[in-house]
Design a protein around this ligand. Structure first.
Ligand code: UDP
Ligand code: LCN
Length: 824
């Protein structure tokens, strides 16, 4: 008889049980300490259990415990939930894979929990307003896994973030499966057009077989011609065969595109397929959505909610336009691309252009900002800026109106690609892509769930200020609806060996009393692709590039740094101009942690002797903001300055909104051999890190999030742990002391920063890749339209039954707040 095979879960459970048995008493003591800690807050960070084990190993003199199998198991821990006697653990042995257990400290028996059981345990013990058993039993469960049963999923962690490569392999093998399967390519090519005019294949070609015949004749026609000759010379003859424009600009490139198609038909391989799709004339009408915030080209940066996303999109469209024009020329077409950035029109524009319907984008020919207002229920335009956390009630109407305005701007046509940015933009992109049936791309910039610890389990306490229930629901809908997702780093998708990624953090979670997510997203989904942004090299160039230096700005910069002008534009002054500057610049919100940096500096005597501190952030007069976090942080910064007597050593400047001058500011600080510090508690990507490094300014940046990947620690900069401020300050002391001893230390880090950016973070690489992805995923969408219908219908139901009531709740809450303030 053959023994029944054990499930991997059972094997893992037995493994853990064995590991516990080896040191049962010591582990029992450690777990009891964890239970003590859990009395105040039942959701604990993994380091609590790891620290407890280390303490017990030390106290009981069992050093081998730290190398025992149990220590390895616990090093995979992501979440610890406690009740009076048991600990539930979520272990993540590898990217995107989770195993959950409950261990009760009396019997020390390991019990496997499935996702539902784990989340129920969490709800019961960690939710501050627990719901009753019945409600917990009947909670709505969102599970997208069953819909993916027929979908190709990657399996190797090294493939995560390179979905397009996997998809090409899958697509080419699918095309190879049988002759009948070639029709999708024919159907897809037949669907290509530019503003109503057919491209590639004319109307006279009506079947796959006719396409084959026409191509053979066309190839024969081109074979003996001069490869360099413009294809327009034979356009008439090709058209007689049913071949339209779009194959290439010269005879040679047209023929080579045709040969590629011939190769694919004969024996498709992934590289040829990608090259062929990459040449197709698609994606020249692009809509980019970024509804919230002040979106303009000047005077907007550093306001609450207006930061890197704006910089990213403006740089992105410039790079995209260049790439589109290149590809249009290469396809032998004369069409004009169109790029529309669609954002909110804000009548109370505070000196910005945000009250204008259309704004041309500097440095482009075909890109513009289109603004559409938010409307209240009665149809009136909402005049004022509002926090990104409060925009939910306005988005449906915004999508509807934006849809009409977009078509108007595109001469009645629909776009080929809709790119959403951030949760609100991605939700609007989903609505538009759903109704227009257009390829959708998603860019998160930041997923708030990762930034705000325990924002899921404690959602009800935070909902008044943040409306996270609506936001997380929007995120889940958009990330599942979209055709492809681009991320700035790997960690954004799947984190590191030790910690979860931002998307991975949405694989399962619970909003008690609302719904439970059993499978929200899978990091092995081929829709994920890493496409990193860069910095505008015309603005952020190396400090050594003396010919391009903007020395005319130095007097202003010196006044900013060393002047004595204080409120309302600055606070504090620098006594000793000879010291290098530790510089930071960000929005003044809690997560950016500028106050944390001020505190680390204030508490480190040696660092204060070695350097000055300059922080650019927000406002210095708390009465000048209506944003709650900005006001809190502003007051906190004043308290730090006062409590630690920072006068003469620290200058705090309000938001600096001129990128050109900021570029020179980074370089000026590099001239003085200073450093840039990015101290955020969490940073999704971190454009300031790339900007500083592009200027050659050595950078210390948070290990929590994207900067951990941008910087190679101790080579092209330094990682700091924002939760260990003392150690971060010591790291800076060490660096500046080393530089005093040997100046080449500074030069080496500076040069390595420049090199790192050149290799990995440029807009030219970005645009090329995004255009290729657009083509491959448009094809994939076309080929797999039936497979995806189930998911879309399910999401549509979730939107209607869950999202819309949440939106209605935000509307009600906001109306109550306005009424309480005495507003209309
Ligand atoms: N920025 C600025 N002035 C300020 C604060 C920030 O110009 O006072 C710019 C900064 O140069 C960068 C962007 O805003 O281009 C911030 O992007 P990042 O990715 O660092 O953070 P985000 O604000 O998007 O979270
Ligand atoms: C939003 C953030 O929080 C930053 O980390 C990114 O750099 C920025 O968007 C651009 O993607």
């Amino acid at each position: 008889m053959v023994a029944a095979q054990k499930s991997p879960e059972l094997e893992a459970q037995e493994d853990l049980q064995r590991a516990i048995s080896e040191h049962k008493l010591a582990i029992q003591t450690a777990l009891r300490r964890v239970l003590e800690e859990g009395k105040a807050e039942a959701v604990l960070k993994p380091h609590v259990i790891q620290d407890a084990l280390a303490d017990v190993a030390k106290e009981q003199n069992i050093p081998e415990l730290l190398n025992a199998p149990i220590a390895k198991h616990l090093s995979h821990c992501q979440e610890v939930i406690t009740n009076a006697t048991c600990v539930a653990l979520s272990l993540r042995p590898t990217y995107g894979k989770f195993l959950r257990y409950r261990i009760c400290t009396d019997a020390m028996k390991v019990e496997f929990l499935d996702t539902t059981e784990f989340l129920k345990f969490k709800e019961k013990h960690a939710d501050k307003n627990p719901i009753d058993e019945n409600e917990r039993y009947w909670a709505v469960e969102l599970d997208l896994e069953p819909f993916k049963a027929h979908f190709p999923l990657m399996t190797r962690p090294s493939s995560i973030g390179d979905g397009v490569r996997f998809l090409n392999r899958h697509l080419s093998s699918r095309l190879f499966a049988s002759k009948a399967e070639f029709h999708p390519i024919f159907d897809f090519l037949s669907s290509l057009h530019s503003n109503g005019t057919r491209l590639m294949l004319g109307e006279s070609i009506t079947t796959y077989e006719e396409m084959g015949t026409a191509l053979t004749k066309a190839e024969k026609l081109l074979e003996n011609m001069d490869a360099e000759a413009p294809v327009s010379e034979v356009a008439g003859q090709l058209r007689d065969l049913g071949i339209e424009r779009g194959w290439g600009s010269t005879v040679g490139s047209t023929r080579s595109t045709m040969l590629m198609l011939g190769d694919i038909i004969q024996a498709p391989d992934p590289e040829t397929l990608q090259n062929f799709l990459g040449r197709l004339p698609i994606g020249f009408n692009v809509v980019i959505l970024s509804p919230h915030g002040f979106f303009g080209q000047a005077n907007v940066l550093g306001k609450p909610d207006t930061g890197g996303q704006i910089v990213y999109i403006l740089d992105q469209v410039r790079a995209l336009e260049r790439e589109m024009l290149k590809r249009i020329e290469e396809s032998g077409l004369e069409i004009q691309p169109q790029i529309l950035i669609v954002t909110r029109l804000i009548p109370e524009a505070q000196g910005t252009t945000c009250d204008q319907r259309i704004e041309e984008i500097n440095g482009t020919r075909y890109a513009r900002i289109l603004r559409v207002p938010f409307r209240a229920k009665d149809g009136k335009v909402v005049p004022h800026w509002m926090s990104r956390f409060d925009v939910w009630p306005y988005l449906e109407q915004f999508a509807l109106e934006a849809g009409g305005e977009i078509r108007k701007e595109l001469g009645g046509h629909k776009p080929d690609l809709i790119i959403g940015n951030y949760s609100d933009g991605n939700l609007v992109a989903t609505l538009l892509a759903y109704y227009m049936n257009v390829t959708q791309c998603t860019i998160a910039h930041a997923l708030e769930k990762t930034k705000y610890t325990n924002a899921d389990i404690h959602w009800r306490q935070m909902d008044d200020d943040y409306h996270f229930a609506a936001q997380f629901t929007a995120d889940l809908i958009a990330m599942n609806h979209t055709d492809f997702i681009i991320t700035s780093t790997f960690q954004e998708i799947a984190g590191t060996e030790e910690s979860m990624g931002q998307y991975e953090d949405h694989s399962h979670f619970t909003l008690p009393g609302l719904y439970r997510v059993i499978s929200g997203i899978n990091v092995f989904d081929p829709k994920f692709n890493i496409v990193s942004p860069g910095a505008d090299l015309d603005i952020y160039f190396p400090y050594t590039d003396s010919k391009r230096r903007l020395t005319a700005l130095h007097a202003e910069i010196e006044e900013l740094l060393y002047g004595s002008q204080e409120a309302p534009t600055a606070k504090g002054f620098l006594k000793d101009k000879g010291k290098p500057i530790i510089f930071s610049m960000a929005r003044l919100d809690h997560v950016k942690n500028l106050t944390g940096l001020a505190e680390w500096f204030a508490k480190n005597k040696r660092l204060r002797e070695l350097c000055n501190l300059v922080i650019v952030g927000g406002i210095v007069d708390p009465s000048q903001t209506t944003d709650k976090e900005e006001k809190d942080q502003c007051n906190k910064m004043h308290a730090i300055i006062k409590d630690h007597g920072l006068h003469g050593e620290f200058r705090w400047l309000v938001a600096q909104k001129d990128p050109v001058r900021n570029g020179e500011l980074y370089r000026y600080i590099a001239d003085k051999h200073g450093a840039f510090v990015q101290p955020a508690l969490y940073e999704a990507f971190g454009l300031t890190v790339v900007e500083a490094m592009s200027c050659g300014l050595p950078t210390f940046a948070t290990i929590k999030g994207g900067p951990a990947e941008i910087i190679v620690h101790k080579k092209s900069g330094f990682h700091l742990d924002p939760y260990h401020g003392e150690a971060a300050a010591e790291l800076m002391v060490e660096f500046f002391e080393d530089v005093v001893k040997d100046h080449s230390v500074w030069d080496r880090v500076s040069e390595a920063s420049l090199q790192r950016i050149k290799e990995k973070y440029t807009w030219a690489l970005y645009a090329d890749r995004l255009m290729t992805l657009t083509r491959v995923y448009s094809f994939w969408k076309f080929v797999s339209k039936l497979d995806r219908r189930e998911t879309r219908r399910y999401l549509q139901m979730f939107y209607t039954l869950m999202m819309r009531p949440l939106i209605a709740k935000v509307r009600e809450d906001e109306a109550h707040k306005t009424a309480a303030k005495g507003g209309g």
